[in-house]
Design a protein around this ligand. Structure first.
Ligand SMILES: Nc1ncnc2c1ncn2[C@@H]1O[C@H](COP(=O)(O)OP(=O)(O)O)[C@@H](O)[C@H]1O
Ligand SMILES: N[C@@H](CCOP(=O)(O)O)C(=O)O
Length: 326
């Protein structure tokens, strides 16, 4: 009989960078992954939903691995786990699926053993794995995050997303691994490009904090990563250049791509035109893509501790059926 409980977490997807804020700005989005975890006699995974196709169902699984890091840090041993996962977050598209798995897996493991680690510790551990704080910070704390990670510790400020700010994403059908999209970045940049990005990141952060939607179009410009990543995403250059004419306040590559994200004023009258422009531009470049309105998620990861039930999966499915269309 296990001495530990059964935990269930709901963790949001995220978009990183928001244009100029490479490896520092992130925003949680209303697309979620649910994880349930409890001690078991032998490790078993239950995956639900189309987005989990191809994910490892053994102890190499990212969620299992991060759970073991939490147990090690807390000084407990729970080698065998039953893990159930349902995810709405497409893999390898720039919507932070790996960050959601890291944050969700850590939060579930920590809750299961009575929450010995606080969120600041989980944030440091998650940054050490992801190597940048933007996605994991957003998935952990929700809202908009501006964060600095020094290689050991992460500091952040959470900003409530401005009222009236809507988010439209265009998700191409092809996958682009973050490692590949980081591999095309230059090792060095000029001082003028550094100043270009620092000034816009500062302005964008302040615009979010003060609700100045009018400043977004000029602040959401980047010279640090998007120009180098554009060749990996057919149609990206045209989308970045022309989306503002079709109703976007600003447009950026979401994380490392290939998804692109538009920030849109709730009162904008050209929302349908913008959706059509995004899809048709991708199609012109031979790429099937779907658009989706994803409100910012004010909540980060949420955690419940439940009675143990030997992982009867109908309870997990019943829970998520209430929230998503299975
Ligand atoms: N729920 C999950 N369980 C296990 N591994 C996951 C999960 N979600 C994502 N991953 C891992 O993260 C990888 C995607 O990470 P990455 O290339 O950074 O793209 P993304 O932009 O989606 O974070 C997947 O190929 C998979 O290995
Ligand atoms: N700052 C990172 C963000 C990667 O985000 P992902 O969602 O694509 O994993 C980068 O731009 O490389």
């Amino acid at each position: 009989m296990s001495m530990y409980g059964r935990s269930r977490v709901k963790v949001p997807a995220s978009t990183a960078n928001l244009g100029p804020g490479f490896d520092t700005l992130g925003m949680a989005l209303s697309l979620y992954e649910w994880i349930e975890m409890e001690e078991a006699e032998e490790t078993v995974f239950h995956f639900f939903g189309d987005e989990m196709n191809g994910v490892a169902g053994d102890k190499s699984n990212l969620i299992y691995q991060v759970a073991q890091m939490v147990f090690d840090e807390a000084g407990v041993s729970v080698p065998e786990l039953s893990i159930s996962v349902y995810s709405e977050i497409p893999l390898t598209r720039g919507l932070g699926s790996s960050a959601s798995a890291i944050v969700g897996g850590m939060a579930a493991a920590n809750a299961m053993i009575g929450s010995p680690l606080d969120n600041a510790k989980l944030f440091d551990m998650a940054c050490a794995l992801e190597k940048h704080p933007d996605n994991v910070g957003a998935s952990l704390f929700g809202g908009i995050i501006t964060a600095v990670w020094d290689g050991v510790h992460a500091d952040y400020i959470r900003i409530e997303p401005p009222q009236g700010l809507e988010v439209l994403v265009v998700i191409p059908e092809f996958e682009l691994a973050t490692t590949k999209a980081r591999g095309v970045l230059p090792a060095e940049i000029t001082v003028s490009d550094a100043v270009y990005n620092i000034s816009r990141t500062s302005l964008l952060t302040a615009a979010f904090a003060t609700g100045r939607l009018d400043l977004i179009s000029r602040a959401m410009q980047d010279r640090l990563h998007q120009p180098y990543r554009a060749p990996l995403v057919p149609g990206m250059e045209k989308l970045l250049a022309e989306a503002p004419q079709h109703g976007a306040l600003g447009i950026a590559l979401s994380g490392a791509g290939p998804t692109l994200l538009c920030l849109v004023d709730r009162k904008e009258s050209k929302k349908q035109e913008l959706e059509l422009f995004l899809k048709e531009t991708m199609l012109e470049h031979g790429i099937q893509a779907q658009t989706c309105w994803l409100p910012p998620s004010g909540a980060g990861v949420t955690v419940e501790l439940l009675e143990r039930n030997g992982m009867q999966n109908h309870s997990f499915l019943d829970m998520i059926k209430g929230e998503v269309q299975l």
